[in-house]
Design a protein. Structure first.
Ligand code: SF4
Ligand code: SF4
Length: 334
């Protein structure tokens, strides 16, 4: 698919049109920083922040999703299919997070119809990062500030114009009428990529971690690492790849619904069995689970490290725990 060029004016017109036709979501400025919101006009978009406070995973795996409703006789009724939606301004790390979730939940043997349906109804328009935050390390875990994995269309901001690189047919359809990018545009995008990548120094040897982690299961390193963790779960709820959920039946004003809600392996009750036994009662075993899951279990299960280097867990941890330091300490553990 050919890279194309879109002017700022044309992009605004495209977003204004999409807002009329489908549910259009984009980062907007609010009291908490930059959050995802449904917009009705292009000028509501705010791309100033490197990333949104919350990840974009909710567009395919919502924080609370109704799986079934029950009629007054107690018979289950399937909910309406999800609406067509376009997500504009998603960063490459978040798009990789969505690619992971889709792979994890729809790969052979574990087809999740809800995640599958939402991804099919969603168009993801990414905007490459033209700067980074000190907590970004996408490059260290196989991503890139200009990565297109998981996206339908990637835009690279070149000033007055943007390079538009279609990734899928959905993306191609959005920009098919635009002029092809010239050599000068491709060179400018490549230079920007080099500059932004140079801002990210950290590299994590994920292959080595995968080899090390099974042997460190009983290591005392987890006790030391979990000493300051308060088990608040912020790191998991804000992570673009964390994928655990609970299912509950809720009756509100006489109507019963079955919901799927995000859960966190950092909560004490998360792994408690019906018998009352809890195999992860101590904080160290829960902390170990999170790191093993990111760099070992999901590699075994879905062939992908489930950390995209967005840095949200570093920013949000009230105890100041930094996953980059955790990885270093794990690699040095005996
Ligand atoms: S583990 Fe932390 S840095 Fe990695 S993807 Fe999750 S929130 Fe981002
Ligand atoms: S955000 Fe920090 S304190 Fe809270 S559960 Fe995660 S590691 Fe522990």
């Amino acid at each position: 698919m050919k890279p194309r060029i879109i002017t700022r004016k044309q992009l605004s017109e495209l977003l204004d049109r999409l807002a009329q036709e489908v549910c259009l979501y984009a980062p907007v400025r609010d009291r908490t920083g930059t959050s995802w919101a449904k917009i009705s006009r292009a000028d509501e978009v705010c791309l100033e922040a490197v990333n949104t406070v919350e990840p974009a995973k909710g567009f395919v795996f919502p924080r609370c999703e109704v799986l079934l409703r029950f009629d007054p006789q107690g018979n289950p009724v399937e909910p309406e299919p999800p609406p067509e939606q376009v997500v504009f301004g998603i960063r490459p790390c978040d798009a990789r997070g969505i690619a992971f979730l889709v792979k994890f939940y729809t790969q052979e043997g574990r087809t999740d119809p809800y995640v599958k349906a939402r991804r099919q109804k969603t168009t993801l328009i990414g905007v490459a990062c033209s700067r980074t935050a000190p907590t970004c390390f996408c490059l260290g875990v196989g991503g890139s500030p200009q990565g297109s994995e998981g996206l339908d269309l990637l835009l690279v901001d070149l000033g007055d114009e943007l390079l538009a690189e279609p990734v899928t047919d959905k993306g191609e359809k959005l920009v098919a009428d635009l002029p092809a990018a010239g050599e000068k545009h491709l060179t400018a995008a490549a230079e920007q990529k080099k500059k932004v990548e140079a801002e990210i120094s950290l590299r994590i040897d994920t292959g080595r971690l995968r080899e090390l982690l099974p042997g460190l299961y009983e290591s005392g390193v987890w006790q030391a690492l979990a000493l300051t963790c308060v088990n608040c779960g912020a790191c998991t709820f804000l992570c673009p790849t964390c994928h655990c959920f609970d299912v509950t039946d809720e009756t509100i004003r006489g109507r019963t619904v079955r919901c799927r809600v995000w859960d966190s392996c950092q909560f004490t009750l998360y792994s408690r069995h019906a018998s009352g036994h809890n195999p992860r009662l101590d904080p160290a075993s829960r902390y170990r689970n999170r790191i093993m899951d990111k760099f070992y279990y999901t590699v075994e299960q879905a062939g992908m490290v489930s950390c995209v280097g967005c840095g949200r867990c570093i920013i949000s941890c009230p105890a100041g725990i930094d996953i980059r330091q955790t990885v270093r300490k794990v690699q040095d553990a005996k």
